[in-house]
Ligand binder design. Structure first.
Ligand SMILES: *Cc1c(COP(=O)(O)O)cnc(C)c1O
Length: 397
């Protein structure tokens, strides 16, 4: 076997393959140019059209597009009425935004450990963390695979909680033949470049509930409204009132033009991700003594935002760090999703301690995210397989 690049050997690839990337073509560019030449750059008809497009795709009644996925989560927490001292059930195996949104509302994130197979929040462990102060649950459809949503909804109904599903990974994913976005009280999406579709920065909340929709819409624009239903008085047709503390979380019409153009292609993006996953799964079969491949729920159809392998450390001579650095030296854009949120220094300062969610902490030591995005060629996937095989076999016990 060749010497690893990390030891001075020749890397598997000459050029670096990133772990995720947008897929932009001429029709996307034309769509943006058309809008930028028009009358509305923000808060115009293209925003509305993008909202309607995503709402109808996911099967939700209402949608509110905002400046990013984090703003979507913040707006959803606000609409759910989360305030000082309220507790919200969250998962540690996620991007910090899924828990930070609770802090923005002065609430307290309560971490519930993950299921060691799916890496999603373990719905069987939620109930024991519920108190009189619990207001909401924020499950994440990790890597695009739906969380245990029926069970979560059942618990929410029993304790009168709002379910805010963080589907930043899961636009186009399905849960029991229902599109993600049609299941929970509110579902949030992100349109960051590595996510299923992109608007550069962007996010959205979808819901079937008109009351939540009104709150979300208002929160996006400083909670300033001209809507007669919410005014304390009316001094004329110019009149408006700020009725709560909102933010400027608006998204531009150019971004939404890009979003609509991306929605035209989402089925192709999802199909390509599935094809690449099949190449990985088929070719990693021989390595299963050393790595665990992603687990797939029978009832759910993942949009495959991420492809994560789990190292069987007991079968390897080195730890994750050395495998990771060796893959990087082979010019493979590896990543780690995620560091358990509460292990960050800021959360430690808030009083969260190591040992809180054992399964998430154990998983964190073993995971590596491999490149996966629609623009990848079969040859790119084969390079990843070659590099992973080379590195793993080099360090195999
Ligand atoms: C990307 C992401 C977010 C935040 O989205 P932004 O658009 O980057 O603000 C939230 N939650 C999860 C799980 C994400 O992956």
């Amino acid at each position: 076997m060749d010497e690893l690049a990390i030891n001075g050997g020749k890397p598997t690839r000459d050029t670096y393959l990133s772990y995720g990337s947008q897929c932009i073509d001429d029709s996307d560019i034309e769509a943006v140019v058309k809008v930028i030449k028009g009358d509305y750059l923000t808060t115009g008809p293209t925003v509305k059209a993008f909202e309607e497009r995503v709402a109808s795709f996911v099967g939700a009644k209402y949608a509110v597009a905002v400046s990013n996925g984090t703003a979507a989560l913040h707006a959803a927490c606000y609409a759910a009425g989360i305030g000082e001292g309220d507790e919200v059930i969250v998962t540690p195996m996620t991007f910090a935004a899924s828990s930070n949104c609770v802090l923005y509302c002065k609430g307290k994130p309560v971490f519930v450990d993950i299921n060691p197979n799916t890496y999603n929040i373990d719905a069987n462990k939620i109930e024991q963390k519920i108190t009189a102060k619990t207001k909401a649950i924020i499950p994440v459809d990790f890597t695009g695979q739906a969380a245990d949503l029926d069970k979560i909804k059942e618990i929410a109904a029993k304790y009168n909680l709002t379910v805010i599903e963080d589907a930043a990974h899961a636009l186009g994913s399905e849960y029991k033949n229902k599109k993600i976005g049609s299941v929970s009280h509110m579902t949030t999406f992100s349109f960051h470049p590595v996510k299923p579709i992109t608007t550069a920065e962007g996010g959205m909340v979808v819901t079937d509930d008109k009351k939540l929709y009104d709150k979300l819409s208002m929160f996006r624009t400083h909670a300033i409204t001209r809507d007669e239903r919410f005014l304390s008085k009316n001094e004329g047709s110019w009149y408006y009132e700020q009725i709560d503390l909102g933010y400027n979380y608006r998204i531009t019409d150019m971004q939404c033009a890009l979003g609509i153009s991306q929605m035209d292609k989402i089925d192709g993006f999802l199909k390509r991700r599935r094809e690449l996953v099949k190449i990985y799964n088929d070719n990693f079969k021989d390595l299963e003594a050393y790595i665990t491949l992603p687990y797939e729920e029978k009832f759910s159809s993942s949009g495959w935002h991420l492809y994560i392998i789990k190292l069987k450390l007991e079968k390897l001579k080195v730890d994750r760090r050395q495998i990771f650095e060796a893959l990087k030296a082979e010019n493979i854009g590896v990543n780690v999703h995620y560091i358990p949120v509460y292990l960050h220094p800021y959360y430690e300062k808030l009083g969260y301690k190591k040992g809180l969610c054992i399964e998430a902490e154990k998983l964190y030591e073993k995971i590596i995210t491999l490149p996966l995005f629609p623009k990848m060629k079969d040859k790119d996937a084969m390079d990843v397989i070659k590099a992973v095989t080379k590195v793993i076999m080099h360090y195999a016990k």
